[in-house]
Design a protein around this ligand. Structure first.
Ligand code: GDP
Length: 212
């Protein structure tokens, strides 16, 4: 077994083991002690972030959908492994239509604080709905990550919903977008929480980012 297979195998085993919701943190001070590497998930509301977290962790409802704009803005923390080897941080969704200005401001404070002030944060995943592509608000979030110098992967979601030719075009556009952003990793993931496509590869990338 070569190194890559070994990593994939370790990722499969880790994600098949215990995974626990630890807590919701409305502010940085409520986060657990920074002693476990963290991987953060970002995406517009409805992009499929909760579904992706559930698919990655083989759970039906570990992450609950957060489609209510009025909902408290919190970082949801999940422990992977017991004791945890990795923490998955579900950042509040963004880009709600008609979101109150105050809510957008609070989102920015919380996310910027977290991105800039968390030494154990290793990588972010920015989810993009493969049917809709990039919106300005996605580019703003990518700019925030570039400024925080946090390396991130673009992850296309719901690929079962698009035809292969359309997906190829979206992948090209996504690669072009990544090339414009200094902290964006050139490797782009295509995933479906419905079919499981790309999920094992993403687990491996998460383990690699957390442990190297
Ligand atoms: P969130 O707001 O980003 O957490 O999004 P959700 O995970 O709640 O998903 C939003 C909607 O998209 C729900 O109706 C999901 O069932 C659907 N969805 C999420 N992922 C997929 C996928 O991979 N394929 C398909 N076909 N639908 C998906």
């Amino acid at each position: 077994m070569d190194g890559d297979d070994d990593l994939a195998d370790r990722a499969r085993k880790l994600f098949a083991g215990p995974i626990d919701f630890l807590k919701s943190a409305p502010e940085l001070k409520f986060l657990p002690d920074p002693d476990v590497p963290e991987i953060a998930f970002a995406g517009r509301s409805n992009v499929g972030k909760s579904s992706l977290l559930n698919a990655l962790t083989n759970r039906k409802s570990l992450a609950r959908t957060s489609n209510t704009p009025g909902r408290t803005q919190e970082l949801n923390v999940f422990d992977v492994g017991r004791p945890p080897q990795i923490r998955l941080i579900d950042m509040p969704g963004y880009g709600f239509a008609d979101a109150p200005k105050d809510m957008v401001r609070r989102w920015r404070y919380l996310v910027n604080d977290y991105l800039r002030g968390r030494a154990v944060l290793r990588r972010a995943l920015v989810l993009i709905d493969s049917r809709h592509g990039f919106k300005d608000v996605d580019r703003e979030v990518m700019d925030m990550l570039d400024s925080a110098a946090l390396s991130y992967h673009l992850v296309l979601t719901k690929v079962d919903k698009v035809k292969p030719t359309a997906l190829a075009t979206t992948l090209e556009a996504t690669a072009a977008e990544a090339a414009k952003h200094p902290a964006a990793h050139p490797a782009i993931f295509t995933t479906s929480s419905e079919t499981g496509s790309g999920i094992a590869e993403l687990r491996t990338a998460i383990l690699e980012a957390a442990t190297t």
